[in-house]
Write a protein that binds this ligand. Structure first.
Ligand SMILES: Cc1cc2nc3c(=O)[nH]c(=O)nc-3n(C[C@H](O)[C@H](O)[C@H](O)COP(=O)(O)O)c2cc1C
Ligand SMILES: [Fe+2]
Ligand SMILES: [Fe+2]
Length: 393
């Protein structure tokens, strides 16, 4: 629905309450929203971002309800279709409108959508665009989370329109964040799956937007931050090199042998005051697994051998971790096999992008015996020593 953020500034929020997956990968426990923003200046009217193509009618209906007869500029902060997909329909209905974006985003929009080349106006980093009594300033913020991404700052009202940056997949009837803890959880899940691979780039972009002295952050997913301090502080923490005294155990076990190993190491770690988060890969919400990897110092992958290799679910988890590339410092591998244990090398190669130290693996033939449990205790002790060495215990 359309709601006034400030005088002549409106949020048009398309709530996708029932969407269950994003990018056919990420579970959405709270649905999502695609937010666009309308700014009526004294001379020109601008629409910032649009919505997923499934919501084109919704956006056009809201513009009609706001009695918008003319749009001069459609600002595209990002080429991905969940924000750009309604642009072609809006261009059809508003013939004076041009799409304002950077060159890279223009080229991507031409690749992705059906838009004529003469309907673009290209802007550069730091450039301003006057709407009369209001000014838009464009700041290039590449890799949050595609190469073309930018943010738009409304100078007079100090509002930062950040698109995916700081977003949360959270459908809501509230315009502003109501419960910071709830949105922090949703935004962390969002960060883990979309932003985390670009941690270093985000550090640069956080510095860049600092200079803008914004009062409000209006993202294109989830509620608006009228007190943005908590989300920016959270991002600073997530992208920092600091890791927490936590161990994530991602495991699968067909007949309980690997499970017995997991139970043992979890209990040993807990006795050493190292919190453990366990994820059974057979039924995990990968959003929760990704979320836990934002902070944890250590990941342990535990799996049985299935046809020479690690169980396919463990391979999937390893590929996913490799894609998300968390700041995990240490990786442990455990597993059980029936007749030939060869899975460690495979898991290592699947996670090779993650710059973590791989600890000595523990492989057990069949169900773990007394000697095996001692080896697992030694792995727990090694994790403890490693956490001490980086001063998080
Ligand atoms: C479908 C299937 C395929 C297996 N393939 C292998 C294999 O290629 N090499 C091997 O050493 N063990 C193999 N095993 C044996 C398991 O790795 C072994 O039983 C292990 O202890 C199971 O651990 P779990 O109880 O944690 O599932 C296979 C077991 C199953 C059920
Ligand atoms: Fe995106
Ligand atoms: Fe998005």
């Amino acid at each position: 629905m359309a709601e006034q953020l400030k005088k002549n500034i409106f949020s048009i929020r398309a709530n996708d309450w029932d969407r269950k997956l994003f990018d056919e990968l990420i579970p959405l426990p709270d649905g999502t929203s695609y937010n666009s923003y309308l700014i009526k200046g004294s001379k020109k009217t601008a629409l910032i971002d649009s919505a997923d193509p499934l919501f084109s009618d919704f956006v056009l209906g809201e513009l009609k309800a706001l009695d918008v007869r003319k749009i001069d500029y459609i600002i595209a902060n990002h080429a991905e279709q969940d924000h750009s997909g309604s642009i072609p329909r809006i261009l059809d209905i508003y013939p004076e409108a041009v799409v304002v974006t950077n060159e890279k985003c223009r080229n991507m929009l031409l690749d992705l959508l059906d838009i004529y080349e003469d309907r673009f106006r290209i802007i550069k980093d730091g450039e301003e665009l006057s709407l009369g009594d209001k000014t838009l300033k464009f700041v290039m913020t590449p890799w949050v989370h595609w190469p073309e991404t930018l943010v738009t700052f409304l100078v007079e009202d100090r509002i930062l329109f950040s698109c995916d940056f700081f977003g949360s997949h959270y459908a809501s009837s509230e315009l502003y964040v109501k419960d910071e803890r709830v949105i922090l959880e949703a935004a962390k899940r969002y960060y883990a799956e979309i932003m985390m691979p670009f941690r270093k780039k985000i550090i640069e972009n956080l510095k860049k937007i600092d200079d803008l002295k914004y009062h409000i952050i209006a993202p294109s997913h989830g509620p608006v931050y009228d007190k943005p301090g908590f989300i920016v502080d959270a991002y600073r923490d997530w992208v920092s090199d600091e890791v927490k005294n936590q161990v994530v155990i991602a495991y699968v076990s067909m007949h309980g042998s690997t499970l017995a190993m997991v139970d043992h190491i979890a209990s040993e770690l807990e006795h050493k005051n190292i919190p453990v988060q366990r994820f059974n890969l057979a039924e995990v919400d990968i959003g929760l697994l990704a979320n836990s990897l934002v902070d944890a110092a250590t990941l342990v992958v535990a799996a049985p051998t299935v046809i020479v290799d690690p169980h396919p679910l463990a391979q999937y988890a390893a590929v996913l971790v490799n894609t998300l590339n968390p700041k995990t410092r240490f990786i442990g591998v455990m597993g059980s096999y029936g007749w030939a244990g060869t899975m460690v090398g495979k898991l290592g190669s699947l996670i090779s992008r993650v710059k973590a130290e791989v600890l000595p693996p523990v492989l057990v033939q069949g169900h773990p015996k007394k000697d095996d449990m001692i080896k697992i205790s030694e792995l727990a002790e090694e994790i403890y020593r490693k956490h001490k060495s980086i001063k998080i215990i």
